[in-house]
Design a protein around this ligand. Structure first.
Ligand SMILES: Cc1cc2nc3c(=O)[nH]c(=O)nc-3n(C[C@H](O)[C@H](O)[C@H](O)COP(=O)(O)OP(=O)(O)OC[C@H]3O[C@@H](n4cnc5c(N)ncnc54)[C@H](O)[C@@H]3O)c2cc1C
Length: 379
Protein backbone atom coordinates (compact mmCIF):
# COMPACT_ATOMS: atom_id res chain seq x y z
CA UNK A 1 0.00 0.00 0.00
CA UNK A 2 1.51 3.33 -1.07
CA UNK A 3 0.22 6.37 0.79
CA UNK A 4 2.57 8.78 -1.03
CA UNK A 5 0.92 11.13 -3.51
CA UNK A 6 2.43 11.14 -6.99
CA UNK A 7 4.27 14.29 -8.13
CA UNK A 8 1.39 15.03 -10.47
CA UNK A 9 -1.12 14.91 -7.63
CA UNK A 10 1.07 17.07 -5.40
CA UNK A 11 1.21 19.67 -8.16
CA UNK A 12 -2.57 19.56 -8.54
CA UNK A 13 -2.93 19.99 -4.78
CA UNK A 14 -0.67 23.03 -4.64
CA UNK A 15 -2.22 24.54 -7.80
CA UNK A 16 -5.66 24.35 -6.18
CA UNK A 17 -4.43 25.79 -2.88
CA UNK A 18 -2.60 28.68 -4.55
CA UNK A 19 -5.66 29.38 -6.71
CA UNK A 20 -7.84 29.55 -3.60
CA UNK A 21 -5.40 31.76 -1.71
CA UNK A 22 -5.04 34.20 -4.61
CA UNK A 23 -8.63 34.27 -5.83
CA UNK A 24 -10.74 33.52 -2.75
CA UNK A 25 -8.69 35.34 -0.12
CA UNK A 26 -9.49 38.90 -1.22
CA UNK A 27 -13.25 38.40 -1.79
CA UNK A 28 -14.35 35.72 0.69
CA UNK A 29 -15.53 38.17 3.35
CA UNK A 30 -17.58 40.30 0.93
CA UNK A 31 -19.18 37.33 -0.80
CA UNK A 32 -20.18 35.99 2.61
CA UNK A 33 -21.56 39.30 3.89
CA UNK A 34 -23.39 40.14 0.65
CA UNK A 35 -24.43 36.57 -0.29
CA UNK A 36 -22.75 37.20 -3.60
CA UNK A 37 -22.07 34.47 -6.17
CA UNK A 38 -18.86 35.51 -7.99
CA UNK A 39 -19.19 34.22 -11.55
CA UNK A 40 -15.67 35.38 -12.47
CA UNK A 41 -14.17 32.91 -9.98
CA UNK A 42 -15.84 30.03 -11.79
CA UNK A 43 -14.52 31.31 -15.13
CA UNK A 44 -10.97 31.65 -13.80
CA UNK A 45 -11.18 28.17 -12.29
CA UNK A 46 -12.21 26.75 -15.67
CA UNK A 47 -9.18 28.42 -17.24
CA UNK A 48 -6.97 26.98 -14.48
CA UNK A 49 -8.25 23.46 -15.23
CA UNK A 50 -9.96 23.01 -11.87
CA UNK A 51 -13.52 22.48 -13.13
CA UNK A 52 -14.84 19.18 -14.45
CA UNK A 53 -11.69 17.18 -13.75
CA UNK A 54 -13.53 13.85 -13.87
CA UNK A 55 -14.79 14.50 -17.41
CA UNK A 56 -12.96 12.12 -19.79
CA UNK A 57 -10.69 13.44 -22.53
CA UNK A 58 -13.10 12.53 -25.34
CA UNK A 59 -15.59 15.01 -23.83
CA UNK A 60 -13.09 17.82 -23.31
CA UNK A 61 -11.91 17.10 -19.76
CA UNK A 62 -8.60 15.87 -18.34
CA UNK A 63 -10.05 12.44 -17.48
CA UNK A 64 -8.91 12.48 -13.87
CA UNK A 65 -10.79 10.70 -11.10
CA UNK A 66 -12.70 11.29 -7.88
CA UNK A 67 -9.36 11.14 -6.05
CA UNK A 68 -8.11 14.21 -7.92
CA UNK A 69 -11.49 15.87 -7.39
CA UNK A 70 -11.12 15.23 -3.65
CA UNK A 71 -7.63 16.76 -3.63
CA UNK A 72 -8.85 19.91 -5.40
CA UNK A 73 -11.97 20.17 -3.23
CA UNK A 74 -9.95 19.82 -0.04
CA UNK A 75 -7.54 22.60 -0.96
CA UNK A 76 -10.27 25.00 -2.10
CA UNK A 77 -12.39 24.34 1.01
CA UNK A 78 -9.34 24.99 3.16
CA UNK A 79 -9.58 28.66 2.16
CA UNK A 80 -13.35 29.07 1.76
CA UNK A 81 -16.06 26.43 1.52
CA UNK A 82 -18.63 28.62 -0.23
CA UNK A 83 -16.21 29.77 -2.93
CA UNK A 84 -14.89 26.24 -3.23
CA UNK A 85 -18.42 25.21 -4.14
CA UNK A 86 -18.56 27.89 -6.82
CA UNK A 87 -15.77 25.88 -8.47
CA UNK A 88 -16.34 22.21 -7.67
CA UNK A 89 -20.15 22.25 -7.63
CA UNK A 90 -20.32 23.89 -11.08
CA UNK A 91 -20.63 20.39 -12.50
CA UNK A 92 -22.77 18.96 -9.68
CA UNK A 93 -25.42 16.63 -11.08
CA UNK A 94 -23.62 16.17 -14.41
CA UNK A 95 -21.92 13.04 -13.06
CA UNK A 96 -25.24 11.39 -13.92
CA UNK A 97 -24.74 12.25 -17.59
CA UNK A 98 -21.28 10.74 -17.42
CA UNK A 99 -22.48 7.57 -15.63
CA UNK A 100 -25.78 6.96 -17.40
CA UNK A 101 -26.12 9.36 -20.36
CA UNK A 102 -26.17 8.50 -24.04
CA UNK A 103 -23.18 9.24 -26.25
CA UNK A 104 -25.06 12.23 -27.73
CA UNK A 105 -25.84 13.63 -24.28
CA UNK A 106 -22.21 13.30 -23.20
CA UNK A 107 -20.96 15.05 -26.36
CA UNK A 108 -23.48 17.84 -26.04
CA UNK A 109 -23.50 18.60 -22.30
CA UNK A 110 -20.08 17.67 -20.87
CA UNK A 111 -17.60 19.80 -22.88
CA UNK A 112 -19.30 23.14 -22.03
CA UNK A 113 -18.97 22.34 -18.34
CA UNK A 114 -15.20 22.04 -18.62
CA UNK A 115 -14.46 25.04 -20.85
CA UNK A 116 -16.59 27.57 -18.98
CA UNK A 117 -19.68 27.73 -21.18
CA UNK A 118 -22.18 26.05 -18.85
CA UNK A 119 -23.01 25.33 -15.22
CA UNK A 120 -25.05 22.36 -14.05
CA UNK A 121 -27.34 21.70 -11.07
CA UNK A 122 -28.65 18.52 -9.54
CA UNK A 123 -32.30 19.02 -8.55
CA UNK A 124 -33.41 16.18 -6.29
CA UNK A 125 -34.70 17.62 -2.98
CA UNK A 126 -38.24 18.98 -2.68
CA UNK A 127 -39.96 21.09 -0.03
CA UNK A 128 -41.40 17.92 1.52
CA UNK A 129 -38.78 15.32 0.60
CA UNK A 130 -35.08 15.51 1.38
CA UNK A 131 -33.75 12.54 3.33
CA UNK A 132 -36.72 10.54 2.10
CA UNK A 133 -35.84 11.33 -1.50
CA UNK A 134 -38.02 8.51 -2.88
CA UNK A 135 -40.97 10.50 -1.56
CA UNK A 136 -40.59 13.30 -4.13
CA UNK A 137 -43.70 14.41 -6.02
CA UNK A 138 -42.44 16.21 -9.13
CA UNK A 139 -44.15 14.47 -12.05
CA UNK A 140 -42.91 13.98 -15.58
CA UNK A 141 -45.73 12.78 -17.82
CA UNK A 142 -45.17 11.54 -21.37
CA UNK A 143 -46.98 13.46 -24.09
CA UNK A 144 -46.01 12.41 -27.61
CA UNK A 145 -42.27 12.89 -27.95
CA UNK A 146 -42.03 15.00 -24.84
CA UNK A 147 -42.14 14.86 -21.06
CA UNK A 148 -44.26 17.48 -19.32
CA UNK A 149 -42.87 18.32 -15.88
CA UNK A 150 -44.75 19.78 -12.93
CA UNK A 151 -43.52 20.21 -9.37
CA UNK A 152 -40.99 22.08 -7.29
CA UNK A 153 -37.47 21.56 -6.02
CA UNK A 154 -35.88 23.06 -2.92
CA UNK A 155 -32.35 24.06 -1.85
CA UNK A 156 -30.83 23.53 -5.30
CA UNK A 157 -27.16 24.53 -5.52
CA UNK A 158 -26.59 26.71 -8.63
CA UNK A 159 -30.37 26.91 -8.99
CA UNK A 160 -30.55 30.48 -10.34
CA UNK A 161 -27.31 30.45 -12.31
CA UNK A 162 -27.24 27.01 -13.94
CA UNK A 163 -27.68 26.45 -17.67
CA UNK A 164 -29.15 22.99 -17.29
CA UNK A 165 -30.14 20.69 -14.48
CA UNK A 166 -30.64 17.01 -13.82
CA UNK A 167 -34.12 16.73 -12.34
CA UNK A 168 -35.33 13.77 -10.29
CA UNK A 169 -38.96 13.07 -11.26
CA UNK A 170 -41.70 10.50 -10.80
CA UNK A 171 -42.40 8.92 -14.20
CA UNK A 172 -43.90 5.57 -13.20
CA UNK A 173 -46.26 6.30 -10.28
CA UNK A 174 -48.14 3.03 -10.65
CA UNK A 175 -45.13 0.80 -10.08
CA UNK A 176 -45.76 -1.26 -6.97
CA UNK A 177 -42.23 -0.77 -5.65
CA UNK A 178 -41.62 2.88 -4.77
CA UNK A 179 -37.98 2.69 -5.87
CA UNK A 180 -39.02 1.87 -9.45
CA UNK A 181 -41.13 4.99 -9.94
CA UNK A 182 -38.43 7.57 -10.68
CA UNK A 183 -36.34 8.82 -13.56
CA UNK A 184 -33.71 11.50 -14.16
CA UNK A 185 -34.48 14.08 -16.81
CA UNK A 186 -32.18 16.77 -18.13
CA UNK A 187 -33.91 20.16 -18.23
CA UNK A 188 -32.37 23.21 -19.90
CA UNK A 189 -32.84 26.24 -17.64
CA UNK A 190 -34.29 28.46 -20.38
CA UNK A 191 -37.32 26.23 -21.04
CA UNK A 192 -40.75 27.82 -20.65
CA UNK A 193 -42.50 27.30 -17.32
CA UNK A 194 -39.46 27.40 -15.01
CA UNK A 195 -39.33 29.86 -12.09
CA UNK A 196 -36.13 30.11 -10.08
CA UNK A 197 -36.02 31.94 -6.74
CA UNK A 198 -32.73 32.51 -4.93
CA UNK A 199 -32.86 31.44 -1.27
CA UNK A 200 -31.34 34.16 0.87
CA UNK A 201 -30.37 34.25 4.51
CA UNK A 202 -28.31 31.05 4.61
CA UNK A 203 -26.23 30.57 7.75
CA UNK A 204 -23.12 29.66 5.76
CA UNK A 205 -21.72 28.96 2.27
CA UNK A 206 -23.31 32.24 1.31
CA UNK A 207 -21.21 32.64 -1.86
CA UNK A 208 -22.81 29.49 -3.22
CA UNK A 209 -26.08 29.97 -5.09
CA UNK A 210 -29.06 28.10 -3.61
CA UNK A 211 -32.57 28.22 -5.05
CA UNK A 212 -36.11 26.99 -5.12
CA UNK A 213 -37.15 25.91 -8.62
CA UNK A 214 -40.73 25.58 -9.79
CA UNK A 215 -41.74 23.63 -12.91
CA UNK A 216 -45.11 24.41 -14.50
CA UNK A 217 -45.89 22.39 -17.62
CA UNK A 218 -42.23 22.38 -18.62
CA UNK A 219 -41.81 20.44 -21.85
CA UNK A 220 -38.59 18.63 -22.72
CA UNK A 221 -37.94 16.09 -25.49
CA UNK A 222 -37.99 12.44 -24.45
CA UNK A 223 -34.37 12.13 -25.49
CA UNK A 224 -33.57 14.22 -22.35
CA UNK A 225 -34.15 11.12 -20.22
CA UNK A 226 -30.87 10.22 -18.50
CA UNK A 227 -30.37 6.50 -18.13
CA UNK A 228 -33.45 4.29 -17.89
CA UNK A 229 -37.01 5.13 -17.05
CA UNK A 230 -37.91 3.73 -13.63
CA UNK A 231 -34.24 3.33 -12.64
CA UNK A 232 -33.76 6.91 -11.45
CA UNK A 233 -33.67 6.06 -7.76
CA UNK A 234 -30.88 3.50 -8.21
CA UNK A 235 -28.99 5.91 -10.46
CA UNK A 236 -29.31 8.62 -7.80
CA UNK A 237 -27.98 6.32 -5.08
CA UNK A 238 -24.94 5.48 -7.21
CA UNK A 239 -24.40 9.18 -7.92
CA UNK A 240 -24.50 10.01 -4.18
CA UNK A 241 -22.22 7.09 -3.38
CA UNK A 242 -19.57 8.61 -5.65
CA UNK A 243 -20.05 12.33 -4.98
CA UNK A 244 -20.11 11.91 -1.20
CA UNK A 245 -16.34 11.56 -1.40
CA UNK A 246 -16.27 15.15 -2.66
CA UNK A 247 -18.39 16.35 0.26
CA UNK A 248 -16.13 14.47 2.66
CA UNK A 249 -13.17 16.31 1.10
CA UNK A 250 -14.97 19.60 1.79
CA UNK A 251 -15.01 18.64 5.48
CA UNK A 252 -11.32 17.72 5.51
CA UNK A 253 -10.39 20.99 3.81
CA UNK A 254 -12.55 23.21 5.99
CA UNK A 255 -11.21 21.57 9.15
CA UNK A 256 -7.60 21.93 7.96
CA UNK A 257 -8.19 25.61 7.15
CA UNK A 258 -9.66 26.23 10.61
CA UNK A 259 -6.68 24.48 12.22
CA UNK A 260 -4.19 26.47 10.08
CA UNK A 261 -5.72 29.72 11.29
CA UNK A 262 -5.81 28.56 14.90
CA UNK A 263 -2.18 27.46 15.00
CA UNK A 264 -1.17 30.87 13.70
CA UNK A 265 -3.44 32.66 16.17
CA UNK A 266 -2.35 30.82 19.32
CA UNK A 267 1.30 31.50 18.51
CA UNK A 268 0.62 35.24 18.18
CA UNK A 269 -1.91 35.77 20.96
CA UNK A 270 -0.40 36.33 24.42
CA UNK A 271 -2.20 35.49 27.66
CA UNK A 272 -0.72 35.69 31.15
CA UNK A 273 2.55 36.92 29.66
CA UNK A 274 3.16 34.10 27.19
CA UNK A 275 1.81 32.88 23.86
CA UNK A 276 -1.49 30.99 24.14
CA UNK A 277 0.27 28.12 22.37
CA UNK A 278 2.55 27.58 25.38
CA UNK A 279 -0.36 26.21 27.42
CA UNK A 280 -0.40 22.46 27.32
CA UNK A 281 -4.22 22.42 27.42
CA UNK A 282 -4.17 24.41 24.18
CA UNK A 283 -1.55 22.14 22.64
CA UNK A 284 -3.68 19.10 23.47
CA UNK A 285 -6.60 20.66 21.63
CA UNK A 286 -4.46 21.34 18.56
CA UNK A 287 -3.20 17.74 18.69
CA UNK A 288 -6.74 16.37 18.86
CA UNK A 289 -7.85 18.57 15.97
CA UNK A 290 -4.90 17.49 13.81
CA UNK A 291 -5.47 13.81 14.62
CA UNK A 292 -9.14 13.86 13.70
CA UNK A 293 -8.37 15.74 10.47
CA UNK A 294 -5.77 13.16 9.52
CA UNK A 295 -8.27 10.34 10.14
CA UNK A 296 -10.94 12.13 8.09
CA UNK A 297 -8.42 12.68 5.29
CA UNK A 298 -7.37 9.04 5.23
CA UNK A 299 -10.90 7.66 5.05
CA UNK A 300 -11.84 10.25 2.40
CA UNK A 301 -8.85 9.40 0.21
CA UNK A 302 -9.53 5.69 0.59
CA UNK A 303 -13.20 6.14 -0.35
CA UNK A 304 -12.32 8.22 -3.45
CA UNK A 305 -9.55 5.78 -4.42
CA UNK A 306 -12.02 2.90 -4.33
CA UNK A 307 -14.54 4.83 -6.46
CA UNK A 308 -11.83 5.31 -9.10
CA UNK A 309 -11.01 1.60 -9.02
CA UNK A 310 -14.63 0.78 -9.77
CA UNK A 311 -15.11 -0.59 -6.24
CA UNK A 312 -17.68 1.95 -5.07
CA UNK A 313 -18.25 1.19 -1.38
CA UNK A 314 -21.45 2.89 -0.12
CA UNK A 315 -20.67 2.11 3.52
CA UNK A 316 -17.14 3.48 3.37
CA UNK A 317 -18.33 6.58 1.50
CA UNK A 318 -21.08 7.15 4.07
CA UNK A 319 -18.47 6.79 6.85
CA UNK A 320 -16.18 9.28 5.11
CA UNK A 321 -18.91 11.87 4.59
CA UNK A 322 -20.31 11.49 8.11
CA UNK A 323 -16.93 11.52 9.84
CA UNK A 324 -15.41 14.34 7.80
CA UNK A 325 -18.55 16.48 8.23
CA UNK A 326 -18.61 15.92 11.97
CA UNK A 327 -14.86 16.59 12.15
CA UNK A 328 -15.32 19.90 10.35
CA UNK A 329 -18.03 21.00 12.80
CA UNK A 330 -16.01 19.82 15.81
CA UNK A 331 -12.74 21.41 14.66
CA UNK A 332 -14.41 24.70 13.69
CA UNK A 333 -15.96 24.87 17.17
CA UNK A 334 -12.58 24.32 18.85
CA UNK A 335 -10.97 26.82 16.49
CA UNK A 336 -13.48 29.53 17.33
CA UNK A 337 -13.14 28.85 21.06
CA UNK A 338 -9.37 29.26 20.86
CA UNK A 339 -9.83 32.61 19.11
CA UNK A 340 -11.87 33.85 22.08
CA UNK A 341 -13.85 37.06 21.49
CA UNK A 342 -12.02 37.73 18.23
CA UNK A 343 -13.39 34.46 16.89
CA UNK A 344 -16.88 35.80 17.36
CA UNK A 345 -16.58 38.83 15.07
CA UNK A 346 -16.50 38.74 11.30
CA UNK A 347 -13.15 40.51 11.01
CA UNK A 348 -11.71 37.05 11.66
CA UNK A 349 -12.43 34.24 9.20
CA UNK A 350 -12.90 31.56 11.82
CA UNK A 351 -16.55 32.46 12.48
CA UNK A 352 -17.27 31.93 8.78
CA UNK A 353 -15.69 28.48 8.93
CA UNK A 354 -17.85 27.75 11.99
CA UNK A 355 -21.05 28.73 10.14
CA UNK A 356 -20.02 27.06 6.87
CA UNK A 357 -19.14 23.75 8.52
CA UNK A 358 -22.68 22.89 9.60
CA UNK A 359 -23.96 22.27 6.08
CA UNK A 360 -21.58 19.30 5.84
CA UNK A 361 -23.76 17.43 8.34
CA UNK A 362 -26.90 18.20 6.36
CA UNK A 363 -26.56 18.17 2.57
CA UNK A 364 -25.97 15.15 0.37
CA UNK A 365 -27.44 13.04 3.10
CA UNK A 366 -27.85 14.26 6.66
CA UNK A 367 -25.39 12.49 8.95
CA UNK A 368 -28.24 10.32 10.26
CA UNK A 369 -28.81 9.05 6.71
CA UNK A 370 -25.12 8.11 6.51
CA UNK A 371 -25.37 6.26 9.82
CA UNK A 372 -28.41 4.36 8.55
CA UNK A 373 -26.35 3.23 5.53
CA UNK A 374 -23.48 2.14 7.77
CA UNK A 375 -25.71 0.34 10.29
CA UNK A 376 -27.64 -1.44 7.54
CA UNK A 377 -24.42 -3.10 6.41
CA UNK A 378 -23.60 -4.13 9.99
CA UNK A 379 -27.00 -5.60 10.71
C1 LIG B 1 -27.23 25.01 1.24
C2 LIG B 1 -27.89 23.77 0.74
C3 LIG B 1 -27.57 23.26 -0.51
C4 LIG B 1 -28.21 22.13 -1.00
N1 LIG B 1 -27.96 21.70 -2.28
C5 LIG B 1 -28.75 20.74 -2.82
C6 LIG B 1 -28.65 20.41 -4.22
O1 LIG B 1 -27.82 20.94 -4.95
N2 LIG B 1 -29.53 19.49 -4.71
C7 LIG B 1 -30.46 18.87 -3.93
O2 LIG B 1 -31.24 18.09 -4.46
N3 LIG B 1 -30.57 19.15 -2.61
C8 LIG B 1 -29.75 20.07 -2.04
N4 LIG B 1 -29.87 20.39 -0.71
C9 LIG B 1 -30.85 19.69 0.10
C10 LIG B 1 -30.24 18.75 1.14
O3 LIG B 1 -29.64 17.65 0.50
C11 LIG B 1 -31.35 18.37 2.13
O4 LIG B 1 -31.64 19.52 2.90
C12 LIG B 1 -30.94 17.21 3.02
O5 LIG B 1 -30.89 16.02 2.27
C13 LIG B 1 -31.91 17.01 4.17
O6 LIG B 1 -33.23 16.96 3.72
P1 LIG B 1 -34.36 17.87 4.43
O7 LIG B 1 -33.83 19.26 4.50
O8 LIG B 1 -35.63 17.65 3.71
O9 LIG B 1 -34.45 17.31 5.89
P2 LIG B 1 -35.42 16.09 6.46
O10 LIG B 1 -35.37 14.99 5.49
O11 LIG B 1 -36.73 16.76 6.71
O12 LIG B 1 -34.70 15.76 7.76
C14 LIG B 1 -34.56 16.70 8.86
C15 LIG B 1 -33.57 16.13 9.83
O13 LIG B 1 -34.10 14.96 10.43
C16 LIG B 1 -33.11 14.00 10.63
N5 LIG B 1 -33.53 12.76 9.96
C17 LIG B 1 -34.13 12.62 8.76
N6 LIG B 1 -34.43 11.34 8.51
C18 LIG B 1 -34.03 10.62 9.59
C19 LIG B 1 -34.09 9.25 9.97
N7 LIG B 1 -34.60 8.33 9.13
N8 LIG B 1 -33.56 8.89 11.15
C20 LIG B 1 -33.04 9.80 11.98
N9 LIG B 1 -32.96 11.11 11.70
C21 LIG B 1 -33.45 11.53 10.52
C22 LIG B 1 -31.80 14.58 10.09
O14 LIG B 1 -31.06 15.13 11.16
C23 LIG B 1 -32.24 15.68 9.19
O15 LIG B 1 -31.30 16.72 9.13
C24 LIG B 1 -29.18 21.48 -0.19
C25 LIG B 1 -29.48 21.96 1.09
C26 LIG B 1 -28.87 23.10 1.55
C27 LIG B 1 -29.26 23.64 2.90
Amino acid sequence: MDFELSEERKILQSTAYKFAQNEFGPIAKDCDREEKYPREIWQKACEAGLVGVIVPEEYGGPGAGFFELALITEQLSRVDLGLGLVVVAATFGAENILFFGTEDQKKKYLPPLVDGRAICAGAFTEPNAGTDVAGIKTRAVKDGNEYVINGSKMFITNGTICDFMVVFCVTNPDEEKIHRRHSMILVEADRNGITRNKIKGKMGIRASDTAEIIFEDVRVPRENLIGSEGKGFYQLMHFFDCTRTMVAAQGVGLAQGALDKTVQYVKERHVFGKPLAMNQAVQFQLAEMATRIELARNITYKAAWKVDRGQVDPTLNAMAKYYAGETAVWVADKALQLHGGYGYIDEYDVQRFYRDAKILEIYEGAKEAEKITIARRLI
